[in-house]
Design a protein around this ligand. Structure first.
Ligand code: SF4
Ligand code: F3S
Length: 461
């Protein structure tokens, strides 16, 4: 069989009658919410083609692997998983293996080289082509198709059918791609330049979701604060703050979150919109990355530690009872012990409620990968452990401040550990375990009775 490689942008075919009635699929997702959301769209397309979800990867006729290339270990996990699929394919006649997403976009040849049993390789800009590419396999054999860019946001995954995992909660993409150039980050390379969806289209999608029973939406973009800069609505650029306010007016949506803002573009108009719009959760994910000005400059982040702390103080002043989480990278090239101490000092001062902490890992293709003074892995690990210990203590302390308070929570379902306990999520995005059985997707009030390092316990009020 030959592997047809198609680059560029073939025309999108008209929707056809379902052809794979009764066949089963399995989607495995690596990476961030963007990928999770794209996977929902891929599952939606497969179901529109007549397929049903398989409970186990070994029972699937089509296995889609949606990949992430943000860190080296994501690549390692991918190739490990593809290795296990080789054996599964040998056992199951006719199984098709499809690899899409960020690693496929960046490393299509490597995927082919390391996993020759893959049938389809597609990228981040042509998710909507998955069915046509499977059709191609049946007629012509394995295929690789990578587009260089998304033509417009409405041709992107947002316009596709969706198969959500949770009925009451949904992601809504507001922008794809990123125009920033953080030197450690591969995302602009694999996701392309930023494209905003028109506000009317976003609001229409939220309304449709509300009609479908969704009560919580999370607006997604690599940098939500630059939303609308590429749009021209009769000479006016829509602003993210206005979009938040409009989203807050959609009947039936009780909670709106968004991720992520970029500190350099986060201004008080967004904080005011959060404070004024009751449906918008008092929760902010503001990625710090480093507390050292020289490291921030080398990362191309566009702010200093002081400026970051000023923005944080502004947000906390304007949005009552704000919960704040962050991202921090340890061991960026050139980070000295003193730089790291500065990160620790900012983390101590900022008192984040939660943090996602990472050990720097060079990504080929990014400027930072070829920077001198890569920090030795032992030093990175040591600093990472110190940061984790510092932040964990702060997270626990912040959780303890919630004890005795009444929180508005959204029920998710029975806890994985105890079916008699419900897992719920507070406005500040904390997990709160509540004894009892409650229908998923219900808002209720809970008094917090106990704080653990990474969750809370409470009783329904
Ligand atoms: Fe990557 Fe920076 Fe864009 Fe975020 S803002 S996606 S870290 S380039
Ligand atoms: Fe997300 Fe990973 Fe791609 S973090 S944008 S899935 S590289």
């Amino acid at each position: 069989m030959t592997d047809t490689t198609m680059l560029g942008m073939p025309s999108v075919r008209e929707p056809h009658e379902p052809r794979r009635l009764g066949l089963s699929y399995f989607v495995r997702t690596f990476g961030c919410q963007m990928n999770e959301h794209d996977s929902e769209r891929i599952a939606g397309l497969l179901e529109a083609d007549g397929m049903v979800r398989a409970g186990d990867v070994n029972d699937a006729d089509v296995v889609v692997v949606n990949t992430c290339t943000i860190r080296e270990n994501a690549d390692q996990r991918l190739y490990g998983f593809l290795g296990s699929l080789k054996a599964a394919k040998e056992r199951r006649d006719g199984m098709r293996i499809v690899v899409g997403g960020c690693t496929a976009q960046k490393d299509k040849e490597i995927v082919r080289e390391r996993a020759s049993w893959v049938d389809v390789v597609f990228g981040t800009h042509n998710t909507h082509r998955v069915i046509e590419l499977l059709d191609h396999v049946e007629e012509w054999g394995p295929v690789t198709e990578i587009w260089e860019e998304t033509v417009s946001a409405e041709d992107g995954p947002s316009s596709l059918p969706s198969r959500r995992d949770t009925e009451h909660s949904a992601w809504v993409t507001i922008t794809t791609g990123c125009n920033n150039s953080c030197t450690f980050c591969i995302v602009p390379i694999v996701r392309g330049t930023e494209i905003s969806r028109r506000p009317g289209d976003v609001i229409r999608e939220i309304r449709r979701l509300a009609d479908d029973g969704v009560v919580e939406v999370t607006l997604l973009g690599q940098n939500v604060n630059s939303y609308g800069r590429d749009l021209d609505l009769n000479g006016r650029q829509p602003l993210f703050a206005d979009l938040l306010r409009r989203a807050g007016e959609v009947e039936g949506i009780g909670r709106i979150r968004y991720t992520s803002p970029h500190p350099k573009d986060f201004h008080d108009d967004v904080a005011h919109a959060m404070a004024d719009t009751s449906a918008v959760a008092a929760q902010l994910h503001l990625p710090l990355q480093s507390g050292s000005d020289s490291v921030l400059a080398a990362m191309h982040r566009g702010y200093t530690a002081e400026r970051f702390l000023d923005k944080l103080a502004m947000a906390r002043r304007l949005v009552p009872d704000l919960t704040v989480s962050t991202d921090v990278i340890v061991g960026f090239p050139g980070e000295t012990a003193d730089d790291f101490e500065q990160t620790l000092a900012v983390v101590e001062e900022a008192r984040f409620d939660n943090a996602f902490m990472f050990q720097y890992s060079p990504r080929p293709g990014t400027p930072a990968a070829s920077m001198p003074d890569q920090v030795p892995p032992d030093a990175v690990r040591e600093r990472f452990d110190q940061l984790v210990a510092t932040q964990n203590a702060i997270t626990f302390e912040r959780n303890q401040t919630r004890v005795g308070r009444v929180e508005s929570v959204l029920t998710e379902g029975p806890s994985r550990r105890d079916a008699d306990v419900a897992t719920t999520r507070s406005e500040g995005n904390r997990i709160v375990h509540v004894p009892g059985s409650f229908e998923p997707g219900r808002f209720m009030s809970v008094r917090v009775t106990r704080a653990a390092p990474h969750y809370l316990e409470g009783t329904a009020v």
